[in-house]
Design a binder for this molecule. Structure first.
Ligand SMILES: Cc1ncc(COP(=O)(O)O)c(C=O)c1O
Length: 350
């Protein structure tokens, strides 16, 4: 089975498991886990922030950053396709008590003027605009990378308007590798940045939130409240450390494989990829409607051992990751092409 549903499907490699097995651990709730402490210090330095806090998931990282920097009744500005809005179970509303206002823009990216036009005026009737949240790379934006100047412009304008800035950097290493910008430059003007070890980096569990000392102390407190404080979690931090040492540079291979896969898919009759949109490891492709719905096609490809995700009536997603080599990419394209040939020969639904 070739699993292209997400970069979250990876399993720890033997070397990563070995690092986990030999991790020095302690009780992190008491601040005693040396591997967690080392990871947090490393990440704070990596993003040029004062402090960082390890958390179980990207969802919790974003929620804690939002909750720590807002009050119930506040409003957040983000893109309508953002992960915090679509896929985090409405935690911004349920737990942080915030509302959302949408900043429109191509492929998950908006500009400073759009953002500024959405800030509420100071009035007893209005919610208080408090936080701008951005996502880099942008998942539903098809893995798009924010141009650094646009990101900085939005952040600087938001700061001048008294707003906090959060960056959902679940795939920030992909953004950095694709753009050549350093993590510090990408995160320079945000108050908090979250990042996931369990996506392209291939660790089984774990995310980080970085920011100033005071905000991270608040995040640590809120993490305990939500049940996200863990004990001997150095085992997980060891996987993250291993991933930082060995799995960052190779993201360039995922990006090259994504382009190669996209070219292969685009050459198949009935499938189309917007090749300009393939910037990182995510590939979205459209299926001509006479071939069936995305849901049906996902099932067809699954039947020949290629797992993809249904992303809309006629759109599928395939993601390159640690377990996908160039040979596997070629094999996936061949299987998809053959399946579609047999569909055309025998009719949809075969
Ligand atoms: C952009 C983005 N942010 C946050 C998350 C949430 O991460 P997790 O699944 O670890 O909660 C994801 C997960 O895919 C994501 O793509």
């Amino acid at each position: 089975m070739i699993d292209l549903r997400s970069d979250t499907v990876t399993k720890p490699t033997p070397a990563m498991l070995d690092a986990m097995a030999h991790a020095e651990v302690g009780d992190d709730v008491l601040g005693d886990d040396p591997t967690i402490n080392a990871l947090q210090e490393r990440c704070a330095a990596m993003f040029c922030k004062q402090a960082a806090c390890f958390v179980p998931s990207g969802t919790m990282a974003n929620l804690l950053a939002i909750r720590a920097q807002t009050e119930p009744g506040d409003e957040i500005i983000c893109h309508p396709e953002s992960h915090i809005y679509h896929y985090e179970t409405g935690g911004f509303a349920a737990i942080a008590g915030c509302s959302i206002r949408f900043a429109q823009g191509e492929r998950g990216i908006f500009d400073a003027d759009t953002m500024a036009s959405l800030v509420r005026w100071d009035d007893d009737h209005c919610p208080r605009t408090r936080l701008v949240s951005m996502e880099n790379t942008h998942n539903r934006g098809r893995g798009s990378v924010w141009p650094i100047t646009t990101l900085h412009d939005v952040c600087e304008r938001a700061a001048s308007l008294g707003l906090k800035r959060h960056l959902d950097g679940a795939r920030i290493w992909n953004a950095s590798i694709a753009s050549g910008e350093s993590l510090c430059d990408i995160a320079q003007h945000v108050d908090t940045v979250s990042a996931c070890f369990s996506k392209g980096l291939g660790a089984p569990v774990g995310s980080i939130v970085a920011g100033d000392t005071k905000t991270i102390a608040r995040i640590r407190h809120l993490r305990k409240m939500l049940g996200g404080a863990m004990r001997q979690s150095g085992i997980l931090a060891a996987a993250a450390m291993y991933a930082l040492d060995h799995h960052v540079d190779r993201l360039a291979d995922d990006h090259a494989n994504a382009r190669h896969f996209a070219d292969g898919i685009n050459a198949i009759e009935g499938l189309t990829v917007d090749l300009r949109a393939v910037e990182t490891n995510l590939v979205y492709f459209d299926v001509e409607s006479h071939l069936g719905s995305a849901e049906e096609l996902v099932q067809c490809f699954n039947d020949v051992g290629v797992k993809t995700l249904d992303e809309g009536p006629h759109t599928l997603r395939a993601v390159m990751h640690l377990h996908i080599t160039r040979t596997i990419v070629d094999e996936a394209v061949v299987r998809i092409a053959r399946r579609l040939t047999s569909l055309r020969d025998h009719g949809a639904g075969q």
